[in-house]
Design a protein around this ligand. Structure first.
Ligand SMILES: Nc1ncnc2c1ncn2[C@@H]1O[C@H](COP(=O)(O)OP(=O)(O)OP(=O)(O)O)[C@@H](O)[C@H]1O
Ligand SMILES: O=C(O)c1ccc[n+]([C@@H]2O[C@H](COP(=O)([O-])O)[C@@H](O)[C@H]2O)c1
Length: 200
C-alpha cells in the first residue's frame, strides 16, 4: 500500500463508487448504504474523480469536492479518497487494474447507479471493467432504458446474479453483476447545480 492510500487487507470486499461528486448529495449516500447492505461489502471507497473523461466541462476543484464528500458521507465503513488523482488515472479500466496491483488479495466491486449501466458501453475499454471486477448497480429514478435492454445487461446476461444472490456479489468472480432495486432517491448533482446551491 502506498502512502496516503486507504488501508485494505487481503480478503476484504471493497466497493468502489467512482464519481464527480460535483456536488456530493444524499443520492450518493443512498447508493453507498444500499451497496454495503445489499452486495455483502466490508467497505466502500468513494473515488472522487479528477474529472470524468466524457464530460467536457471540468468539475469544481478536487479539494472542494473532497471536503464536501467527507462532510456528507460519515460512516465507519466508508472512506472518501482522491486515489485517482494520486495514481494519475481517470479511466475506470486503468484505475481498477492499478488498484488491483497495489492491493493484492483485496476483492474490489465497481458500484454505479442504473443511469451509468445504460451508458457504460461508451467508456474506454469497458469490457475490461466487467472482466476485472464484479459490478453492483443500484436503481435510480429516470432510467432511460429498462435494465435488461441496456447493452451491458445484454452482453453480460449470463453473468447476472439474481437479486436473491446480491449479497454474494462482493465475493464473486468477474464477470458478475447484479441490479439492486429498492427505495429510490431522486436527486442529482445536475439538479443541485441548476438551483445555484453549489459554486464551481
Ligand atoms: N440518486 C442516486 N441514486 C443512485 N445512484 C446515484 C444517485 N446519484 C448518483 N448516483 C451514482 O453515483 C455515481 C456518481 O454519480 P455522480 O457524481 O455523477 O452524481 P450525479 O448526480 O449523477 O451527477 P450529474 O448530475 O452531474 O451527472 C454514479 O454511478 C451515479 O449513477
Ligand atoms: O473510463 C471511462 O471511460 C469513464 C467514462 C465516464 C465515467 N467514468 C467514471 O464513472 C464514474 C462516474 O462518473 P460521473 O462523472 O458520472 O460521476 C467516475 O468514476 C468516472 O471516472 C469513466
Amino acid at each position: 500500500m502506498r502512502l496516503g492510500f486507504p488501508p485494505a487487507y487481503k480478503g476484504q470486499r471493497i466497493g468502489l463508487l467512482g464519481g464527480s461528486f460535483d456536488p456530493p448529495h444524499a443520492g450518493h449516500v443512498h447508493i453507498t448504504r444500499a451497496a454495503l447492505r445489499g452486495f455483502g461489502l466490508d467497505h466502500v471507497w468513494w473515488l472522487v474523480s479528477p474529472g470524468n473523461p466524457l464530460k467536457s466541462k471540468g468539475p469544481a476543484p478536487l479539494h472542494t469536492r473532497m471536503a464536501a464528500a467527507r462532510k456528507i458521507m460519515q460512516h465507519p465503513r466508508v472512506t472518501v479518497t482522491d486515489a485517482e488523482a494520486r495514481l494519475g488515472t481517470r479511466l475506470t479500466a486503468d484505475t481498477l487494474s492499478t488498484l488491483i496491483d497495489i492491493y493484492p488479495g483485496v476483492r474490489f466491486t465497481w458500484l454505479m447507479g442504473a443511469d451509468n449501466l445504460a451508458t457504460v458501453y461508451l467508456w474506454e475499454r469497458w469490457p475490461s471493467i466487467f472482466a476485472q471486477v464484479p459490478v453492483g448497480v443500484v436503481a435510480r429514478p429516470g432510467d432511460a432504458l429498462p435494465t435488461r435492454l441496456t447493452r451491458a445487461a445484454r452482453l453480460y446476461r449470463k453473468s447476472r446474479l439474481r437479486a436473491s444472490q446480491s449479497h454474494m456479489l462482493g465475493a464473486a468472480i468477474a464477470p458478475a453483476w447484479c441490479y439492486l432495486r429498492g427505495p429510490l432517491v431522486d436527486l442529482s448533482s445536475t439538479e443541485i447545480r441548476a438551483r445555484g446551491d453549489w459554486v464551481r
